[in-house]
Design a protein around this ligand. Structure first.
Ligand code: ZN
Length: 146
């Protein structure tokens, strides 16, 4: 399948999540990062940053961090690990979903015997107030039949 863009959409195909580990990204502060895909530039995102990530068994974030404007949502797809916010630690695994608000001092790691696949969404705090479910508008046109 080919990546494509139209006037109102962008599509990329990254393949199965097991393959995320082969991607690398350049982060403006952290340098080269392997096993990461940031979607902001690839999809021309303007409202959120979304990244697909893989941590090797035992890998952990090298530093704590907070955010200035964006809350973060972590969606754990596969594997097991631990998450830490403001000194509180809890386990995460496939299906765990974590929200951290801007001042939350956060860190996470994969378990020593299993890697951790996860998606991180960064979006402006309070942004959903104006763009939530009620933002959708039903159009009277019928979709083109497949
Ligand atoms: Zn962050």
């Amino acid at each position: 399948m080919n990546d494509r863009k139209g006037p109102h959409y962008s599509v990329i195909h990254l393949g199965p999540w097991e393959g995320w580990a082969r991607h690398t990204e350049h982060h403006h502060k952290l340098g080269e990062l392997d096993a990461r895909v940031f979607l902001k530039h690839r999809l021309d995102l303007t409202s959120a940053e979304v990244s697909l990530n893989w941590f090797r068994p035992g890998e952990e974030t090298p530093v704590y961090h907070t955010h200035r404007r964006n809350e973060e949502i972590y969606l754990f797809i596969k594997g097991r690990g631990q998450f830490q916010v403001d000194g509180e630690t809890f386990d995460v695994e496939e299906g765990s979903c974590v929200r951290v608000s801007t001042p939350g001092l956060r860190s996470w790691r994969a378990s020593p015997d299993e890697g951790l696949y996860f998606i991180v969404i960064q979006a402006p705090t309070g942004g959903l107030d104006t763009s939530g479910f009620d933002d959708g508008v039903v159009d009277p046109a019928t979709p083109i039949r497949w």
